[in-house]
Design a protein around this ligand. Structure first.
Ligand code: COA
Length: 411
């Protein structure tokens, strides 16, 4: 199989995803993505006319994020009319899946130059806007697999792993501290560009704005459980609560301990990212200097009710394909959907926490659903370069019990 080279990766800053509170909430998601494509073109100096396709992850594909945002963003970016765009949904893994599909196009020999990326304006198109309720409201599927909201799954994982609230909060505090230090030291600046108001041209946001560097363990400990009320909601056909529905599959004496809060869950934000992938022939013919190559990829799925447990096995699958062991990975990006997810993945893989999310993660910086995978791939690549290291593994937990992973290797 041919190699897929990563030429560059760019992203917007992540803006707080609440109307009236965030700096990107006034900007249409197509524009966020269009500016990201323009920036990728500017930095790499490629001729956009050569782009075979633009593959974009976006979860809530309705309203402003409907109507194939990938193609519309290509047009909004003033890229040549003949460049196509496809929008995909693998929930929280969408951005990384888009990069993987772009890489597959190149590796198969079918394409030469492909953009993979993602976008989500969670302020303008809130989570769950597609109305599918996770299972498309198919009563037959619901009887087989009664999927519950992700926060309840995360609390179930914490319960089953025996994580304490203090452990989850300590992980969140570490995410905040690492992100604050990374921002202070401008470690994100290689990927970041300033988003502009498309009407006025004024800079709307130039750095991530969700993080709370002043976070303390005491403040985190004082936050209420975020998913306890949802767990008590009677949603089953016979009035069972969502907690009872989850516990029917994973019985635990004492029930689910609701330990996730606004402080140790991923933040609601707006953002976009794009990664340029090219074939060896294209690289040679155009004198490009690739930063890394895609070494392997994997998708894997586990139980859809506990839902968020797949990253460890997905990572193992990707590593097997690369002929590697967990210990061979220099840096890990394990998406911080909820603190229990990276903690469980670290435990299952037996990896060193000092190599995981070294610049913080979605708890501190936010998780713009469709974009995050492409964002953290760029973060990992920037940090490999900064530290002079070789390989990184990026993985995310995904609704429906899935996981996605990519191993990258610097050239
Ligand atoms: C957990 C969740 C429901 C919390 O939502 P929220 O209450 O709107 O969260 P906010 O970020 O606005 O925080 C609420 C309050 O908690 C407090 N808080 C949050 N983080 C804090 C921290 N690190 N330190 C101190 N206080 C904090 C603040 O008082 C904050 O209010 P403020 O913004 O007015 O100061 C939401 O973040 C969520 O659903 N996250 C998961 C998203 C998700 O499911 N993604 C897909 C997963 S794969």
């Amino acid at each position: 199989m041919a190699d897929a080279y990563i030429i560059d990766a760019v992203r917007t800053p992540r803006g707080r995803g609440k109307k009236g509170k965030g700096s990107l909430t006034g900007i249409h998601p197509q524009e966020l993505l269009a500016q990201t494509l323009q920036e990728l073109g500017r930095r790499t100096q490629i001729d956009a006319a050569d782009v075979d396709d633009v593959v974009v992850g976006v979860v809530s594909q309705v309203g402003e994020q409907g109507s194939n945002i990938a193609r519309n963003a290509v047009l909004a970016a003033d890229w040549p009319l003949h460049v196509g765009g496809v929008s995909l949904n693998r929930y929280c893994g969408s951005g990384l899946q888009a990069v993987n599909f772009a890489a597959m196009g190149v590796m198969s020999g079918a394409q030469e130059l492909v953009v993979g990326g993602g976008v989500e304006s969670m302020s303008r198109v809130p989570m769950n806007s597609d109305g599918g309720e996770g299972d498309g409201m198919n009563p037959h599927l619901r009887r087989k697999h009664p999927q519950v909201p992700q926060g309840i799954s995360a609390d179930l994982i914490a319960t089953m792993e025996g994580f304490s609230r203090e452990e989850l909060d300590a992980f969140a505090l570490r995410s905040q501290r690492r992100a604050a230090e990374a921002q202070r030291e401008c470690r994100f600046s290689r990927s970041l560009f300033a988003v502009r108001d498309p009407e006025t041209g004024a800079v709307a946001l130039e750095k991530d704005e969700f993080l709370r560097p002043e976070t303390t363990m005491e403040a985190l400990a004082g936050l209420p459980a975020a998913f306890e009320a949802a767990g008590a909601h009677a949603a089953g056909p016979n009035g069972e609560t969502l907690d009872q529905i989850a516990l029917a599959r994973f019985p635990r004496e004492g029930g689910i301990r609701h330990l996730h809060t606004a402080g140790n869950s991923s933040g609601i934000v707006d953002g976009a990212a794009a990664v340029l992938l090219a074939s060896e022939e294209y690289v040679r013919a155009h004198g490009l200097r690739p930063r890394a190559r895609i070494r392997s990829m994997a998708v894997f799925a586990e139980d859809p009710v506990i839902m968020l447990t797949a990253p460890a096995e997905t990572a193992r699958k990707a590593l097997r394909k690369a002929g590697m062991q967990p210990a061979d990975v220099d840096l890990w990006e394990i998406n911080e959907a909820f603190a229990a997810v990276p903690l469980q993945t670290i435990r299952r893989l037996g990896i060193d926490p000092e190599r995981v999310n070294v610049n913080g993660g979605a708890i501190a910086l936010g998780h713009p659903l469709g974009a995050t995978g492409a964002i953290i791939l760029g973060t990992a690549l920037d940090e490999l370069e900064r530290r002079g290291l070789a390989t990184a593994l990026v993985t995310l937990c995904i609704a429906g019990g899935q996981g996605v992973a990519t191993v990258i290797e610097r050239i």
